[in-house]
Unconditional design. Structure first.
Length: 120
């Protein structure tokens, strides 16, 4: 029985590949972040506005980061509507406000704690 070369049995190690992470930009503060760290708002082909937690809904999307100030700015200014290329309606604004209210309650608690002045 012939002896096999020990080198042929060894696997050559490949360098570790860095996995690609999709990066998106917040429409409010213009900071870049991972796609999963931002909330996607979508204008569907039918013209509806939806919050897309999966990131897979069909339509034109815009991303907003986790900061409460960004959600306030998106509601108060036409940044989101410009990014979605649509006119704001009371119904679509209400959808965004509802999500912002439930989303930014944690940020508001932190902001309120920072606003408390110490006596003296």
């Amino acid at each position: 029985m012939p002896l096999q070369d020990n080198k042929s049995q060894r696997k050559k190690s490949k360098p570790l590949r860095i996995k690609h992470v999709p990066v998106r930009t917040c429409v409010s503060c213009r900071e870049s972040g991972s796609k999963r760290g931002l909330t996607r708002i979508v204008r569907t082909p039918e013209g509806d506005v939806r919050i897309d937690p999966t990131g897979k809904l069909n339509g034109r999307g815009a991303y907003v980061c986790e900061k409460a100030g960004c959600w306030d700015r998106v509601i108060a200014t036409p940044l989101l509507w410009r990014a979605l290329k649509m006119q704001m309606t009371p119904e679509t604004l209400e959808i965004v406000k509802e999500h912002a209210a439930s989303h930014s309650s944690i940020g508001e608690a932190r902001d309120d704690a920072a606003d408390v002045k110490e006596p003296g």
